[in-house]
Ligand binder design. Structure first.
Ligand code: FAD
Length: 460
């Protein structure tokens, strides 16, 4: 590495990875294990991207991704390899459900307290989704013979025609559109919804609390990219170095970032796909790639942590888990650290609710969110000792969350090219993953797959 008089560094390496999220660092460490020299450019001043620790009373918590589900085998393997432990999420006691009438009902187990008709309609709809999703290859949902047809149907239309009960329909919409796609159900297709289910293996894996909320990471999920960066070597990760431009030809790439220029044989751009259009490419990216970038967009989500001296709801027999498809605050979880204090409640205000929240001034927003928490857990929720919110759409280097997905019709048109390399340039992101799509699991798999593709291209 050479440094000029102005402090600008110049690096020559085998592979330049852009983005020190879990995908980029999974790619970088795998390449380094195979003996390649790797440098990682990161726009932020920290690793992790969409996983981001915060501390309350010295106890780690998370403002980004946090839960690991049992089916997520790549994540479990990586945690074991890195010597990171999991702990069970706290879900003991009664959960709370608020339906159309606005009355809080306590219940136990995983099924919301629905009437017989609504419960049957909900179960039938889930069965239908599972059956359709099982017909897809999660790595290539666009290959199914009916893919274009399913991609032409907005998920909202499928809900209206195929789910005959209002509450069952509203619940499913809140779970899939609000809880995962973080976009209105009118804006993504049945195929996109099915692909997300297929990527998790089943509806239950994707959003049954016992499975999807199963475990959390000791030390907070950001320890995963921190350990990966340690393994790679801190001198290999350049912070405050957003890639602004990329010149590429056959087997040579030059990435110009703030403060550093890297020349390499290969590049892996491990940034969310909605951001790649902001880089000045020379030559310009092929037309199919520029069209793809214009069709894929992040959802919107505000994550909120409200902190209390202790988890007061537990003494009242409550788990801290709650759901209310019609309310401003639709979901709630106990995010208290394993030490048992301080008490932390966590919610996500997603999709149209996030956009509504942005229209409120900060005090009114905080008030509305705490009111929503109090509707589940009682008036003590109104008096947190600390309150933190992060709007992921305001993050310059993500611009939304949980993941970028295509508009109606986009997955079948652009999906086949989603991971297609361009000369020496490869792509990685949880948003490009099949299995583990939009989760840390997908970020790991996608990063490792991009690294394997680089290794293959060298041996070919
Ligand atoms: P990112 O984490 O986005 O990493 C990309 C990196 O690239 C970032 O560090 C960014 O700063 C950097 N970058 C961007 N542009 C440039 C540039 N031009 N130059 C250099 N660097 C650049 N997943 C789960 O598994 N479980 C959960 O419970 C869960 N909950 C979530 C809750 C929230 C609020 C959020 C935001 C996400 C959640 N996720 C969850 C999703 C999960 O966090 C992400 O899917 C995963 O972390 C994405 O990893 P990545 O490496 O693909 O992308």
């Amino acid at each position: 590495m050479a440094t000029s008089e102005t402090g600008h560094r110049s690096v020559e390496t085998d592979v330049v990875v852009v983005g020190a999220g879990i995908a980029g660092l999974s790619a970088g460490t795998r390449l380094a294990e195979h003996g390649l020299d790797v440098h990682v450019l990161e726009a932020r001043d920290r690793v992790g991207g969409r996983v981001f620790n915060i501390e309350f009373d010295g106890q780690p918590n998370e403002l980004g991704g946090q839960w690991i589900a049992p089916y997520q085998s790549a994540a479990h393997a990586m945690l074991e390899d890195l010597g990171i432990d999991l702990f069970d999420s706290y879900r003991d006691g009664e959960h709370v459900f608020i339906g159309a009438g606005g009355r809080a009902q306590r219940f136990e187990g995983d099924a919301e307290p629905l009437s017989g008709d609504s419960a049957r309609a909900y179960d039938e709809a889930v069965e239908r989704l599972d059956k359709l999703a099982a017909m897809l290859d999660p790595e290539a949902p666009w290959d199914h013979p009916d893919a274009a047809e399913w991609d032409a149907v907005p998920f909202e239309q499928w809900l209206r025609t195929d789910v005959r009960d209002d509450l069952a329909r509203d619940l499913l919409r809140a779970f899939l559109a609000g809880g995962f796609m973080t976009k209105p159900a009118t804006s993504f297709s049945l195929l996109s919804g099915l692909a997300t289910v297929a990527g998790a293996g089943s509806v239950a894996n994707l959003f049954e609390p016992d499975l999807c909320l199963h475990s959390r990471v000791v030390g907070g999920s950001q320890v995963i990219p921190m350990r990966l960066a340690e393994r790679l070597g801190h001198d290999r990760v350049h912070f405050g170095a957003p890639a602004r431009g990329c010149r590429y030809i056959d087997d040579h790439v030059t990435v110009e970032a703030d403060g550093v220029t890297v020349e390499a044989r290969h590049a892996i751009f491990a940034v969310p796909p909605n951001l790649t259009a902001r880089i000045a490419w020379d030559p310009p990216l092929p037309p199919w790639r520029m069209r793809l970038e214009q069709d894929i967009s992040q959802g919107s989500v505000l994550k909120v942590l409200a902190v209390y001296d202790e988890p007061f709801w537990r003494a009242d027999g409550l788990s801290g888990q709650a759901f209310a498809p019609y309310e401003f605050v639709r979901e709630l979880y106990d995010n208290t650290p394993p030490a048992g204090a301080p008490g932390v409640l966590c919610t996500f205000v997603a999709g149209e609710r996030c956009e509504d929240a942005e229209r409120l001034d900060p005090q009114a927003r905080r008030g509305a969110i705490l009111e929503g928490m109090a509707a589940f857990e009682g008036p003590k929720a109104l008096q947190p000792v600390d309150y933190v919110e992060l709007n992921w759409s305001a993050e310059e280097w993500t611009r939304g969350a949980y993941a970028a997905t295509f508009a109606v019709g986009g997955l079948s048109r652009f999906g086949p090219d989603l991971r297609r390399p361009i000369g020496p340039i490869h792509w990685a992101s949880s948003d490009l993953a099949g299995v583990g799509h939009m989760h840390m699991e997908g970020a790991i798999r996608s990063g490792q797959a991009a690294a394997d593709a680089v290794l293959d291209s060298r041996s070919g």
